[in-house]
Design a protein around this ligand. Structure first.
Ligand code: GTP
Ligand code: MG
Length: 218
């Protein structure tokens, strides 16, 4: 499986972060997972469809309070034949973006199965956001916003409709996922007040915090 096991080393040896969150994007083929990641990481979009082979990832750093959070975002192939490879990556993931296409009933029908895959292969505390992508194609819509929201509620997931093409709710989805992972982390750290610092409601930004004045006595 050498071909498929993309190694994190391609990012270099940058250890310049406080936390590393591993996130996974899953869902049927052609729902727009790769496009969604390219929009977020590179602010680019292409209408050509190049189906993902196996798995790939991109890295993006975000800032919350004074903490640098490095996101390692894995883009999985939706095609069934890569399932064994992609599910091997579920284990260490802290967050999932489970995507369907609002113009494709079958991709919506598959959400339940994808959710079962998460429960089977991932960490119990992994956070999930359900995403209905391609909301720019409203004329071809076959899944209503209400049905999307309802399914998310039933599964206990948060919900966004997005467009990788028109850049709608892409950044918001990642920011919300990071926020709920952070909330979960501080919940589990609550028993140790020494490690819970900063306000839990602080907003996530892409801008580095101002440099702290070194607090030295010289
Ligand atoms: P696999 O890699 O096979 O699992 O597919 P994928 O989920 O990565 O889909 P991909 O991102 O390659 O997108 C499939 C097609 O949908 C491409 O032609 C994209 O240009 C198109 N597409 C993706 N997102 C959007 C969107 O938000 N709106 C519209 N109109 N088209 C989109
Ligand atoms: Mg893809």
């Amino acid at each position: 499986y050498d071909l498929f096991m993309a190694a994190p080393q391609k990012d270099g040896s940058d250890q310049n972060f406080d936390y590393m969150f591993k996130l996974l994007i899953i869902g049927n083929s052609s729902v727009g997972k790769t496009s969604f990641l390219f929009r977020y990481a590179d602010d680019s979009f292409t209408s050509a469809f190049v189906s993902t082979v196996g798995i790939d990832f991109k890295v993006k750093t975000v800032y919350k309070n004074d903490k640098r959070i490095k996101l390692q975002i894995w883009d999985t192939a939706g095609q069934e034949r890569y399932r064994t490879i992609t599910t091997a990556y579920y284990r260490g993931a802290m967050g999932f973006i489970l995507m369907y296409d609002i113009t494709n009933e079958e991709s919506f029908g598959a959400v339940q199965d994808w959710s079962t895959q998460i429960k089977t292969y991932s960490w119990d505390n992994a956070q999930v956001i359900l995403v209905g992508n391609k909301c720019d194609m409203d004329e071809e819509r076959v899944v209503s916003v209400d049905n999307g929201r309802l399914l998310a509620e039933q599964l206990g997931f948060e919900f966004f409709e997005t467009s990788a093409k028109d850049n709608i709710n892409v950044k918001q989805t990642f920011e919300r996922l990071v926020d709920i992972i952070c909330d979960k982390m501080s919940d589990s750290l609550e028993s140790d007040p020494a490690v819970t610092t900063g306000s839990p409601t602080a907003r996530l930004t892409e801008n580095p915090p101002p440099l702290q004045q070194p607090n030295c006595g010289c």
